[in-house]
Structures are given as structure tokens and as C-alpha cells.
Ligand binder design. Structure first.
Ligand code: GLU
Length: 408
């Protein structure tokens, strides 16, 4: 009854670990929820109010999204990127994940995925029936592909179309791509386009964030949304910005949108206008600072000669690598850690790494974002006592993990 294509597909590991962690907690286990990655902060009040005020909006909206929202998004992005995007370039979707899926369905060519890559890119490539190529990246290159890595793949057949997924700040590594210029040169030279997943861009820890769209906007589709910076993952609102040069892609995504989800929920779209028209920089700066402090706390307290980690640069993940001969795979080590310590993590194999590398993803979001933000407004320094009081799960979970790692 089932197609071969889906027989081996399992539920997404991010959503699964979220559900497993909740079930274990309900059973009374002390679980440190470092598996799933969602914003710990509340949606800004004015945006919540706007959603309440628009609950009556009951009409289907245009398949590409509400014009006034697309205008707000285009203006917001053009200001940030110094590139002139128009509302016609924007497609609103029920989360950027769904739009990525539609992109896989319409694209004809090879998908290039760096390892590490977010868990859903590879399964979506399978569903889109395109061949995917995995590039094993290196720690010393911030876990991003080099121009050589890309060129090696493309030179195997220059006539094919290639689509590279680039995600910076990165899920799972927490790193920022620094070799954008050389990647853009390759992009301009060949039949290569890029999906630039910028969902964590507002949460880059340094102010000079740049993405590949700053270097080759005409060959880059920007993908982002409300989920991470606005604390609104459950609202499911994401968007693509497709340059004029890739208009065919935009048209076909619209067709597929009209044949699948029709249009994103109307009240959410009206509320989202507030998110992009209003200045939320205070909220964003606070979120970013808190995450930077928490990320650094985890990094400083976990790294050792048995646990290698790169310093976090943005978003809410770290990617520890355990040095041990005791375990055969990253999923085995995650199971053991969960059992022994209650710390939920995700295995690096879910992100494209060879399963023998004992790499895991740690999401440092298990704290009360509202309380921490209120405290941070008064005193923007994370002391030991604030950590103990307001992020006790982070402190205890990291402690347990460090002690466990000393024995491996
Ligand atoms: N992006 C989040 C994560 O990697 C969760 C959202 C999802 O996977 O749909 O944990």
C-alpha cells in the first residue's frame, strides 16, 4: 500500500525528541530538554494583541500571502540587505519548512547538503525525488563547505542544476559561515542556486551578520520566518524571498501552494505585519544577549579534552563531539546519556554525519525565557546565582553531562 519512497522514512527526529521528552517528564523523570530547538521567549505583547484583534479575519487570503504582509517583509529585508526586494518577491508559507518541501518538489537537479544540515533537508530531498550529495565539512572551517568541496561535485557534471542548502547561523553547529565570498564565486560560475536558510539570522551574536544573499542575491532564495526570533514556532509562519531572476521557481511554488495549503491562516498573517512593521530591536537584542550568555555558559562548562565544541556564534545550538572508544554510534551515545543523566540530545547522524562520529546536538533553550528576559532588562549580566535561579535546568543538565563525560 505504501510507496517505496516513504517506506523507510521515520518521523522527524526533532519533533520526536520533543514528544519523547514530554512523555518521560509526565512519567515523573527529571528530563533536561536539550533535544528540541524552539525559542524559550514569549511572542512580543503587541503582536499577540494584534492576533487577538484579528481573530475575526475569516476569509481565504491570496495563495502567495497577504499583500500588505509581503510589502512589510520586503521593506524589512531590503533595509537589512541593501537590496531592493518587492512584495512580488515574497511568498508566505505555513512555516518555511513547508516552502522548502515545495521547492524540493519542483526543483529538477541535485541537492547539495553540507553535513551538518538540519534534520529535514535530506528527507525532503528524498520526497522531492532528487539525488542529494552530502559534503562532510570540517570543524576548522566552522562546519561549512568550502568552494573546493562544491566545485568537486559540480565538475562531475557541469550541465546539471544544483541547489545548495546553506544555513547560517547553523542548526546544529551554532556556527556562522565565514567563507561566503568564495561560495558566491562558485555560485556565479555554475548552474548552482542557493537556499539560504536564515531562520536564526536575527539571533546571530555579532552585529555584522552577513548571508550569502549579500554576495549573490540574484541566485539566492532567502528562507526565514517568525519562529525563532519572535518566539512563534507554533504560529507556523515562514516565508521565502525569491529574486526576479528565479521567478519561475516562485510561480511554481505558488501553484503548489494553491493545490496544497491554499493560503496561510489569515489572523496569523495580519498579526505578522506588526512583527515586521514595528521596531522590535529591544526584544531581539535581549533575546540574543541571553542566548549568547547561556550558550557561552554551556560551552565553558562542558568543553574538555573529551568534549570538543566550537564556541557558539548564533542561534540556540551547540554541537559537542565526545572523544571515546566506548560507543559505536552517535545514536547509541544519545540513548546512553538520556538513560544515565536524563539529558535529551540529538545524534549527529540525524544531521548527516557519519554515525561513528560521536557528535550530538545540544539545544540550550530549556529555561523560562520570560523570567530571564525580565531579569535581564534590570541587569544584563548573567551571574551564577541568576543562572541557578532562572536557568536551573541548564545548570543541572550541563553538570550532569560534564560529570558523565569525565567517565567515558
Ligand atoms: N527547528 C527546530 C529543531 O531543529 C524544530 C522545528 C522542526 O524541526 O520543525 O529542533
Amino acid at each position: 500500500m505504501l510507496k517505496d519512497l516513504v517506506k523507510n522514512l521515520e518521523p522527524s527526529s526533532t519533533l520526536r525528541i520533543n514528544e519523547i521528552s514530554k512523555v518521560l517528564e509526565e512519567k515523573g523523570k527529571n528530563i533536561f530538554k536539550f533535544g528540541f530547538g524552539q525559542s524559550p521567549f514569549e511572542v512580543p505583547e503587541s503582536i499577540v494583541r494584534e492576533l487577538q484583534n484579528n481573530a475575526h479575519q475569516n476569509k481565504y487570503l491570496p495563495m502567495q500571502g497577504l499583500k500588505s504582509l509581503r510589502e512589510s517583509v520586503a521593506k524589512y529585508t531590503s533595509n537589512k540587505k541593501n537590496f531592493d526586494y518587492k512584495s512580488a518577491n515574497v511568498i508566505i508559507g505555513p512555516g518555511s519548512k513547508e516552502l522548502m518541501f515545495l521547492l524540493h518538489v519542483i526543483f529538477d537537479g541535485e541537492i547539495i547538503l553540507p553535513a551538518p544540515s538540519w534534520v529535514s533537508y535530506a528527507p525532503q530531498a528524498i520526497l522531492g525525488r532528487n539525488k542529494s550529495r552530502i559534503i562532510q565539512t570540517k570543524r576548522e572551517n566552522n562546519w561549512f563547505p568550502t568552494a573546493d568541496d562544491l566545485e568537486k561535485i559540480i565538475l562531475k557534471d557541469k550541465k546539471k542544476n544544483y541547489l545548495l542548502f546553506l544555513n547560517s547561523p547553523n542548526n546544529p553547529s551554532g556556527q556562522i559561515c565565514e567563507n561566503l565570498e568564495e561560495i558566491s564565486e562558485i555560485t556565479k560560475k555554475y548552474n548552482l542556486i542557493i537556499l539560504s536558510d536564515e531562520i536564526y539570522s536575527e539571533l546571530a551574536f555579532n552585529n555584522d551578520y552577513k548571508s550569502i544573499s549579500n554576495y549573490c542575491p540574484e541566485k539566492t532564495i532567502i528562507s526565514t520566518g517568525l519562529s525563532k526570533w519572535c518566539g512563534a514556532g507554533g504560529w507556523r509562519l515562514g516565508y521565502f524571498i525569491v529574486p526576479n531572476e528565479l521567478e519561475m521557481i516562485k510561480e511554481k511554488i505558488n501553484v503548489l501552494a494553491s493545490e496544497t495549503f491554499s493560503a496561510v491562516s489569515a489572523p496569523i498573517q495580519y498579526a505578522a505585519i506588526k512583527a515586521y512593521d514595528e521596531d522590535h530591536s529591544i526584544y531581539i537584542n535581549l533575546s540574543r544577549n541571553i542566548l549568547k550568555n547561556i550558550g557561552n555558559y554551556v560551552y565553558e562548562n562542558l568543553k574538555s579534552n573529551k568534549v570538543l565544541i566550537n564556541e557558539p556564534q548564533g542561534g540556540f545550538y551547540l554541537m559537542p563531539e565526545f572523544i571515546s572508544k566506548k560507543f559505536k554510534s552517535s545514536s547509541e551515545i544519545c540513548k546512553e546519556i538520556l538513560q544515565q543523566t536524563g539529558v535529551a540530545l540529538l545524534p549527529g547522524s540525524d544531521f548527516g554525519f557519519d554515525e561513528k562520529r560521536l557528535i550530538v546536538r545540544l539545544s540550550f533553550t530549556d529555561f523560562d525565557g520570560k523570567k530571564l528576559m525580565d531579569e535581564f532588562k534590570k541587569n544584563p549580566i548573567l551571574t551564577k546565582s541568576t543562572m541557578n535561579k532562572l536557568a536551573p535546568k541548564i545548570v543541572a543538565g550541563v553538570n550532569k553531562l560534564r560529570k558523565w563525560s569525565e567517565l567515558i
